[in-house]
Design a protein around this ligand. Structure first.
Ligand SMILES: NC(=O)c1ccc[n+]([C@@H]2O[C@H](COP(=O)([O-])OP(=O)(O)OC[C@H]3O[C@@H](n4cnc5c(N)ncnc54)[C@H](OP(=O)(O)O)[C@@H]3O)[C@@H](O)[C@H]2O)c1
Length: 169
C-alpha cells in the first residue's frame, strides 16, 4: 500500500473549525483538485470527517475509522482501530489517501509515503490543526499556485526520503 495524506491547511496548520474547514467551501478549485487526485482510490478518514462530507463521493471506497456503529452502505467500510485498517490494507498494492481530520492525520503521519498539502497563505481561526512534521524527512515540490476568491495557495507534494516502516503495524 502507498499511503498519501492529503489536506488543505492555513499558514499555521489550521485544518478545521466547528466541523467544517475554516475557509468553508470557498476554494472550489481546491475541491476539484482533491476530487481529481482521490478519484478511483480508497480514502481513509475519521468518523467526524466522514460526517462532514456531503455524502459518499463517487468512484471511491470510504474507509472510516470509528468505534461507532453506522448503517451499512456499498463503498463504506468501517474499522474500529488503525490496527484493523492496517491488517486489511498493508499488503495491498493500492494507493490509499488519508483525508482527515486532525486526529487521523496525526496517527497516520508516521506511516505516510507522501503528503499532498494545499498551503493557504492566510491565518484562520481554528479548533483542529494538521500535525507538525519534520520537513527534513521529505523532499518538497510545489505543484502549482492558485489565486481564488482573494486567497493564494500552493499545492505542495512532500515525498518521504526514506520509506516509512509499516512492519510495526
Ligand atoms: N482542511 C482539511 O483538509 C480537512 C480535512 C479533513 C477534515 N477537516 C476538518 O477536521 C475536523 C475533524 O477532525 P477531527 O480530528 O475533529 O475528527 P476526525 O479525525 O475526522 O474524526 C475523529 C473520530 O474518528 C474516530 N477515530 C479516530 N481515531 C481512532 C482510533 N484510533 N480508533 C477508533 N476510532 C478513531 C473516532 O470516531 P468515534 O467517535 O465514532 O469512535 C473519533 O471521534 C473538521 O473540522 C473537518 O472539517 C479538514
Amino acid at each position: 500500500m502507498k499511503l498519501i495524506l492529503i489536506a488543505a491547511i492555513g499558514k499555521h496548520n489550521q485544518l478545521g473549525l466547528n466541523g467544517d474547514m475554516p475557509w468553508k467551501r470557498s476554494l472550489s478549485q481546491d475541491l476539484q483538485f482533491f476530487s481529481k487526485t482521490t478519484r478511483n482510490h480508497a480514502m481513509v478518514m475519521g468518523r467526524k470527517t466522514f460526517e462532514s462530507l456531503p455524502g459518499l463521493l463517487p468512484g471511491r471506497e470510504h474507509l472510516v475509522i470509528t468505534t461507532s456503529q453506522m448503517e451499512k452502505q456499498p463503498h463504506l467500510h468501517l474499522y474500529p482501530s488503525l490496527e484493523a485498517f492496517f491488517e486489511d490494507w498493508k499488503e495491498s498494492d493500492q494507493t490509499v489517501y488519508v483525508i482527515g481530520g486532525g486526529s487521523i492525520y496525526k496517527q497516520f503521519l508516521p506511516y505516510a509515503d507522501e503528503l499532498i498539502l494545499t498551503e493557504i497563505d492566510q491565518d484562520f481561526d481554528a479548533d483542529t490543526w494538521f500535525p507538525a512534521f519534520n520537513s527534513n524527512l521529505y523532499s518538497r515540490e510545489i505543484l502549482d499556485t492558485v489565486d481564488e476568491n482573494g486567497y493564494q495557495y500552493h499545492h505542495v507534494c512532500y515525498r518521504r526520503k526514506l520509506e516509512p516502516d509499516l512492519s510495526t503495524r
